[in-house]
Ligand binder design. Structure first.
Ligand code: ATP
Ligand code: MG
Ligand code: FE
Length: 347
């Protein structure tokens, strides 16, 4: 079965073709970063309009790349939520229209299930059950995963998501949006001993996170230095380093705790922040010592992309799940409301 996947939940138009027999056939991505950069963050209306412009040309591009035509497509999967309502509506409307025109089923996919399953696109795939750390621009969650659609939230951020904290800290340092990769880049030149930022909530039991205090601490540090003199590049690198260390070690500690609590030995990490090299390294080191394995997507499939939506959609469509013909999106959609794949009724 060939599934066309379309992702438009935020500021990336991602389109991909996944074959349940042959794997990922083609994928392409258009990022709107340049559109939003001058505003310092995503402007929803501009995002919707850009998805309108880009989606169909990208569909044509993946078909050409895979040397297929519309007749070869067996189903369309698109992101139905969570995300920006206008951006989701564009993807859902285009996807449903294509499916109707082609006479094939369509399915709305949960964006975070897409992220969660992205490591399955790699050769070395994790087996169920595992603990997943979802770390992206809008989510920071630890999830027990017993199968597709069998999710139990073990802990989550009580305030900012990890990616959001990276983006805000970057802004304080005068770095462009999105801030995660920028912080990671300048942190490489930072002195790890100059500042020691707090590790939020590690001394409390449980698996929840909080990143807003770290954000405030970053701002206080920036202000204190600026009161003396404008920040130098070295100051910025040192702050970025301390910030990244604090986020990474908080995430690592909670991941280890989650595996111990669930008595599991596989950790799957996904979402934009999972592209962070320092996080990958420290997780692998710490969890490796306790005999656990860590799985993550290729860097290009950590942030938003069409391949993860095509893959997640293909699993559910292959199990017989389809949606009605109405265009429905869910800007807010708890992942725990998804049906387990085994309980999906036959089409
Ligand atoms: P969500 O998936 O929760 O709806 P989103 O789709 O906006 O949010 P993603 O596209 O998965 O999030 O990830 C984007 C986030 O990842 C941004 O906050 C970005 O700063 C962060 N990010 C990307 N690369 C890195 C990196 N190397 N280090 C740290 N953060 C990163
Ligand atoms: Mg994005
Ligand atoms: Fe995302």
């Amino acid at each position: 079965m060939n599934v066309l996947g379309i992702e438009t939940s935020c500021d990336e138009t991602g389109v991909a073709l996944y074959s349940t027999e042959r794997g990922l056939l083609a994928h392409t991505l258009y990022s709107q970063i340049a559109v939003h950069r001058e505003y310092g963050g995503v402007v929803p209306e501009l995002a919707s309009r850009d998805h309108v412009r880009k989606t169909l040309p990208l569909v044509q591009e993946v078909l050409d790349c895979a040397k297929l035509t519309a007749k070869d497509i067996d189903a369309v999967a698109y992101t139905a939520g969570p995300g920006l309502v206008g951006a989701l509506m564009v993807g859902a409307t285009i996807s449903r229209s294509l499916a109707l025109g082609w006479g094939v089923p369509a399915l709305g996919v949960h964006h975070m299930e897409g992220h969660l399953l992205a490591p399955m696109l790699e050769e070395d795939r994790p087996e169920f059950p595992f603990v997943a750390l979802l770390v992206s621009g809008g989510h920071t969650q630890l999830v027990r995963v017993d199968g597709i659609g069998e999710y139990q939230i073990l802990g989550e951020s009580l305030d900012d998501a990890a990616g959001e904290a990276f983006d805000k800290a970057a802004k304080m340092l005068g770095l462009p949006y999105p801030g995660g990769p920028q912080i990671a880049r300048i942190a490489e030149d930072g002195d790890p001993k100059r500042f020691n930022f707090p590790r939020p909530m590690i001394n409390r039991p449980g698996l929840d996170f909080s990143f807003s205090g770290l954000k405030t601490h970053t701002l206080t540090t920036v202000r204190a230095l600026e009161a003396e003199a404008p920040l130098t590049d070295q100051d910025k690198s040192d702050i970025a380093r301390a910030f990244e260390e604090a986020v990474v070690s908080t995430l690592v500690i909670k991941c280890r705790r989650a595996l111990e609590q669930e008595n599991l030995h596989r950790l799957v990490m996904a979402g934009g922040v999972s592209a962070n090299r320092n996080l990958r390294k420290q997780l692998a080191e710490t969890l490796g010592k306790q005999g656990s394995e860590v799985f993550y997507p290729a860097p290009q499939f950590c942030t938003d992309n069409g391949a993860m939506i095509a893959y997640a959609g293909a699993q559910r469509l292959a199990a017989g799940q389809v949606d009605g013909t109405e265009v429905q999106v869910r800007p807010r959609w708890p992942m725990t409301e998804l049906p387990p794949i085994l309980a999906v009724p036959e089409a």
